[in-house]
Design a protein around this ligand. Structure first.
Ligand code: SF4
Length: 694
């Protein structure tokens, strides 16, 4: 039996796992969380421990399925299919323009796969590709860039154990990030505070829960900032040495007295003062947010209101502190740096020196490189629906289910002239009548690099061998690049290790410089958090940024970012009196469930139909009982049926539904943060009608 250490490619924690493999049969016999790995140290969740279920997922034949001209589906082989895709992409671009072709990828790919995909679509084909990371992390990314000058979350997971006051805002790690929860539990000397409209699983286990009204977070944090400034409970030395725009911020937050904050947030004055005292009396205060903040019409400013408060308090760079964004997918961080979507492989698209540097590394002409960020996800879907985009290539994502207001993706699929789906499954909701299905092997047969939520590079090592006719995502993209005749890729990007080395060279001199890390050296290691420039000795497994108070802006100071709180674009009305909030349902369910449906244990304990939670008082008024059915009508014009669960954990004017059922995002709106273009998944307004028992 051979032991192979690799990683779990579900969530952003990137747990390392030991796979015990019968090499003769090419079968995983068991999976155990890797002891001593600094992230998960011998612990993981049901999703990681069940990765062996993916060993039979790709059904035979392992070759592409192509819709032929007569409408029949055939399996003409990889080379034929690569040539067909190249021909169709070129034809559509020649007929309608470069941007008539688009791509949508995912935070599940390896760093190398993002990079080659971005180089093909953004650089060579001069068009747009965005990722489903837009749906979860874009707001945090923009907040970091504007406040710090670079997308550089500074924490290490150890900070959860070192903090004496942990504040979770719109985050439910008991369900969504079990390792974060494990690390919190290991900290015996902390006060745990949860700010969340819902009494989530985490809120139930916290010392303090503040059930804030949905989407009033920035008002709360502006008000707290004002109070701390008024009391002079702020870190003047840190503010003076390491921040800009304090005077303007001080003036701005004067408009947020606690009485007003109480009225807007539904938190009482007693609750606000209690929260203030907890923060003021804490010595190592850390604040952590995730989708409750990121998925909003005002997300970037809400995230920055948290950042601003920690800047005021000087809570940066010290153990157990920070304004810390918890990411969603396994390689969201890799996507942010190397997908070539929002930056030029971690550089400014417009910087002449950066363009010359990257072109030199890639051995291509500078003119090849993209000149600006991609069109965002929403613009791609809208482009298909308004007829300007004619061809789409989706990679390892399921937008028919996960896209906000997801009926708009069905409309888009129906309009495409050429549609390519690349996935490990041939039955996801987004398959539609795609022209080409490209079957990729699952992660247990792939190699590459991932970067987790605390900037840790880690190696995906192939656990099982591929069958001769199977291909991984990188090989598929490389095959398409070859068919397109993209010479620099053919010459310099042959393997994932080649690509890693190109990205490593791109990182030189940048905040994420990992020139001191080697592809082979990452294998069976503890992973390495960036930065690690060449020649630097790795002294510790857990490192944080900002100990020197230096940020990435031109004068190395962080910037207070703020603006008046915008009107909620979806206010409650008589017609739509409830707020429809969404989130992860159980630890075992992942996103659209295309992967976790394989795990029998999860299937056995999860609901097989959509459900939502409504408050006891509402159920009593409507005469509803557990598992009765309602129809929910959304302000987006759609409706869907849900079974109800009756609870006191949601507020009386709130309905909460898990995201794992396609009906959920049928109801979410086409509303986005203005800076990040991340959808506002958590605050559609709706009404419900009783259907009765089913
Ligand atoms: S899903 Fe996340 S927490 Fe669970 S095993 Fe995988 S990486 Fe770890």
């Amino acid at each position: 039996m051979k032991k192979i250490q690799s990683l779990c490619n579900y969530c952003a924690i990137d747990c390392n796992l030991d796979f015990y493999v019968d090499e003769e049969k090419n079968r995983i016999v068991s999976v155990k969380p890797t002891p001593g790995y600094p992230v998960n140290d011998g612990f993981c969740c049901i999703k990681g421990i069940s990765l062996d279920k993916q060993q039979t997922v790709v059904k035979k034949p392992h070759t592409p399925r192509v819709k032929m001209e007569d409408g029949s589906y055939q399996y003409p082989g990889w080379d034929y299919t690569f040539d067909l895709i190249a021909k169709k992409f070129r034809e559509i671009q020649e007929k309608y323009g470069n941007e008539a072709l688009a791509g949508i990828s995912t935070g599940q790919l390896t760093m190398e796969e993002f990079a080659i995909n971005g180089h093909i679509l953004r650089d060579h084909l001069k068009t747009n590709v965005d990722g489903n990371t837009r749906l979860c992390m874009a707001s945090a990314v923009v907040a970091h860039k504007q406040s710090y000058g670079f997308d550089a979350p500074g924490y290490t997971l150890k900070d959860l154990e070192l903090s004496d006051t942990i504040i979770l805002i719109g985050a439910n790690p008991v369900v969504a990030h079990p390792i974060v929860w494990d690390r919190i539990k290991k900290n015996k000397n902390k006060k745990l505070i949860v700010i969340d409209p819902r009494r989530s699983e985490t809120a139930k286990n916290a010392d303090y829960h503040y059930p804030i009204k949905t989407k009033t977070d920035s008002t709360l944090f502006y008000g707290l900032a004002n109070y701390f400034i008024e009391q002079d409970w702020i870190d003047h030395d840190f503010i003076e040495a390491h921040t800009n725009k304090f005077a303007e911020y001080k003036e701005f937050v004067k408009d947020f007295p606690l009485e007003k904050v109480s009225e807007v947030t539904n938190l009482s004055m007693e609750q606000l003062h209690e929260l203030i005292d907890l923060i003021h009396n804490g010595e190592r205060v850390s604040m952590w947010w995730t989708m409750g903040i990121n998925q909003s019409h005002n997300a970037v400013r809400a995230a920055q209101s948290i950042i601003n408060l920690q800047l005021l308090l000087g809570n940066y760079g010290k153990p157990g502190t920070g304004a810390n964004s918890i990411t969603g997918q396994c390689n969201a961080m890799g996507s942010r740096l190397f997908s070539n979507q929002a930056s030029l492989y971690g550089h400014d698209f417009a910087a002449p020196a950066a363009r010359a540097k990257v072109a030199n590394i890639f051995k291509c002409d500078e003119e090849v490189l993209a000149k600006g960020p991609t069109k965002p996800y929403n613009a791609i879907i809208e482009g298909i629906n308004n007829g300007t985009i004619k061809a789409l290539w989706i990679l390892c994502t399921n937008p028919r289910h996960s896209w906000t207001n997801n009926e708009t993706f069905q409309q888009a699929m129906d309009k495409l002239e050429f549609y390519v789906v690349q996935d490990i499954y041939d039955d996801i909701e987004s398959m539609g009548e795609c022209d080409v299905f490209l079957p990729a092997v699952p992660g247990i047969k792939k190699e590459g690099t991932y970067i987790n939520l605390e900037r840790r590079l880690s190696r995906l090592v192939p656990v099982l061998k591929k069958d001769p006719d199977e291909k991984d995502d990188y090989e598929i993209m490389y095959g398409i690049a070859k068919a397109l005749g993209l010479q620099d890729i053919i010459d310099n990007w042959k393997t994932q290790e080649d690509c890693f080395n190109l990205m490593r060279a791109c990182s030189k001199g940048r905040p994420f410089d990992f020139t001191g890390v080697s592809y082979k050296g990452l294998e069976f290691s503890h992973g390495v958090q960036w930065p690690l420039p060449e020649g630097t000795k790795l002294e510790e497994d857990e490192r944080r940024l900002y100990a020197d108070g230096k940020f990435w802006t031109p004068d190395q100071k962080a910037i207070f970012q703020f603006e008046p709180v915008p009107e909620n674009p979806m206010p409650q009305t008589e017609e739509f009196p409830f707020i429809f909030n969404t989130g992860r349902g159980t630890v075992g369910q992942w996103h659209t469930q295309s992967r976790t449906r394989e795990v029998q244990f999860v299937e056995g304990v999860s609901s097989n139909h959509p459900y939502c939670f409504i408050h006891t008082s509402v159920a009593e008024k409507l005469g509803l009982q557990h598992e009765d059915w309602v129809t929910i009508y959304s302000c987006n014009g759609q409706n869907a049926d849900f079974a109800i669960r009756v609870t006191d954990d949601v507020q009386p004017d709130e309905i909460w539904a898990p995201i794992h059922y396609q009906e959920c995002n049928k109801l979410t709106p086409s509303v986005y943060d203005p800076y990040s273009k991340e959808p506002s998944y958590k605050s559609a307004v709706v009404r419900l009608e009783v259907k009765g028992a089913k």
